[in-house]
Every structure is written in C-alpha cells, then in structure tokens.
Design a protein around this ligand. Structure first.
Ligand code: GLV
Length: 319
C-alpha cells in the first residue's frame, strides 16, 4: 500500500476515499500546518504529499523524501514547489486550476470596490461611533464605473476579472507575456506594455504567477509611473510587489490606495507598516475562499491522488 502524507487537517469527506486505498498520515490541527521539522521527518517513507501553498517543497524537503513520486498542491499558484527539482527526480506535481477562477475573480473585484469606495474604513468609522451625521465629502472614494482597469497577468483569472469589469463599463487594458487576441476581439480588452498600462490605468491589478521574473515586478519605478489617484490591487503573491516601495508610495500620496490579499510574509505581522495606513485594505489571502471553490479544489487534488495511487497519470500536471 502506498503512503500519503497530508500536511493539514482537511475535511473528512475528501480524505476518506484516500484512506480506502492508501495508508494516510494527516496533521491533526485545523488552523495550522504540520510544522516543518515534523514534515521533514514524516516524508522519509511517503509516496505522495498532499499539501498547501504554505508547504515549501524544495531541495531540502526532497532530500528527506527518497520515495516521493507525487505532490498535490491545494492551490493554482505553485511558487512553493521547486518545479525543476521535482522534474529532475521524476516526481509528479498537480495543482487546482479552473475551479477557483470565479471565486478568485469575484474577490479581486470585491477588493477593488472595497478599496475604491473605502468600505472597510467606513464600516470601522461607524462602529467606532464617529458617524455624527451625513456630510457631502465624507468618506468619498474613487469611482469604479467607467474607470480604466489595467490587469497585469491575463490568464484565466485576469480574463475573468476583465469580463466582470465590462459590467461596470470599465476600459480594460492588460499586460501579459502573450497577446490574447481572442479576448481583444471579443471583449475589446487592449494590450499595453507595462509602463503604458501603469500610466493610463485608474486601477492596476496584479494577477500574474510569482516567479523569478515577476519578483518585485512592482517597485518604486513602477509605482512612480502610476497616477496619483491610482489604486493598486494585488491578488497574486506578495512577492510580486516591493512592499517597502508600496508603503512609501501610499504614505507620500504617489498613489491613492491599495487592496492586498497577499503579502511577502504570510501571515503578515500585524505591526507591518502597510497595516498602519488607512488607505490599505488588507485581507488574509482569501481570494479562492468560497465553499464551492474550496470543495472543488479538494476534489481536484483527491482525483489526482487517486489516479496516481491507481498507477495512472493524473490531470492538471505541472511536472
Ligand atoms: C491561491 O493563492 C492559489 O494559488 O490557489
């Protein structure tokens, strides 16, 4: 019988089918992952790992896992997997694309509106008893309808956000490694090089995968190109943005506000400078967190693991 290590406590109904055909070892706490030290010990004799974006599947871990043949990652992003090292060792890896596209695009658009219209600030203001009466310019924000949205990273999720933006009569600009001619023709989205996108957009949203090339893609130079009224939204990975430069830009009024679902260090420490700014809406990496999407993500991983356990090739392979 093959052995599967699950680094988290996942809902029982998704783990049960694995237990029927494999030996399953699972971390027991709901709100934490298996500590690294324990993980390094536990992988010694496992054939498969089912983990999350918090588990670094790197050279160090692989050196501890001589029997490993399969990694299922409960995420579409896979910057936590050392793809080359996995490929070199003939280890398969799979992720969870498609099933989280709508949930993530919904959240991205919600975060955009929340940031533009100061929803969190307004709700806090009311609850703190500061609402003394209606006044004409109180808590005024930036208008979403009819504005220009620049999307960096026009994959499945970028395209889904762009289609939502059409309902708000927004102009959509995008920057991507390859042109999306079909989207351009069908929906009127327009391609821009990065600098032009930054200069022209009222909202700049990053949805690109996190790789060596996209590390700090948005730094001081890029922030300086944006409008002073621009709103920056990050739903990719924290590392795509230089957070110190973002803090300076927000503090100095070089851009107007930011909505962030991701941070370089997660969980982001509560004393992080960005969290001291009123013009930052910060969320705890919840873009795909709808019940439907999460259940579909579990199912996608389980299907891949069952296929592997049946000595077959799973879908959604990264390696
Ligand atoms: C979440 O961030 C994911 O990559 O699925």
């Amino acid at each position: 019988m093959k052995k599967v290590l699950i680094t988290r406590k996942f809902p029982e109904q998704f783990v049960a089918p694995l237990q029927e055909v494999a030996e399953v070892v699972q971390w027991h706490e709901e709100h934490s992952a298996m500590p690294r030290e324990q993980l390094l010990q536990q992988v010694a004799d496992v054939d498969a790992i089912w983990g999350t974006l918090e588990d670094q599947i790197d050279e160090e871990l692989l050196a501890h896992a001589p029997k490993l043949k399969m990694v299922a990652n409960l995420a579409v992003g896979y910057n936590n997997l050392h793809i080359e090292a996995l490929r070199d060792r003939g280890i398969m890896a799979t992720n969870t694309p498609n099933v989280l596209t709508n949930a993530t695009a919904d959240l991205a658009f919600g975060l955009l509106i929340a940031t533009a219209r100061r929803l969190v600030e307004g709700a806090d203001y009311l609850r703190a008893g500061q609402w003394q009466g209606w006044s004409p310019m109180q808590l005024t924000g930036m208008e979403v309808s009819g504005a220009t949205l620049g999307i960096i990273g026009m994959g499945r999720i970028g395209s889904a956000v762009a289609r939502r933006a059409r309902g708000f009569d927004m102009q959509v600009l995008y920057h991507n490694r390859n042109r999306k001619y079909e989207d351009e023709e069908m929906y009127g989205f327009r391609y821009r090089d990065l600098d032009a996108l930054l200069q022209e957009s009222d909202f700049v949203m990053v949805l690109t995968p996190y790789t060596a090339e996209t590390h700090h893609l948005i730094s001081a130079r890029e922030l300086a190109l944006m409008k002073e009224t621009a709103i920056f939204i990050n739903v990719s990975r924290g590392g795509t943005v230089d957070e110190a430069a973002l803090y300076d830009a927000l503090k100095n009024g070089d851009i107007w506000a930011a909505g962030l679902d991701v941070f370089e260090q997660e969980p982001v420490p509560v004393e992080h400078p960005l969290l001291t700014l009123p013009n930052v809406v910060a969320l705890p990496h919840i873009a795909s967190a709808s019940v439907k999407a999460r259940h579909e993500m579990f199912k996608t991983n389980v299907e891949a693991l069952l296929t592997f356990l049946d000595d077959d090739k799973p879908k959604n392979r990264l390696t």
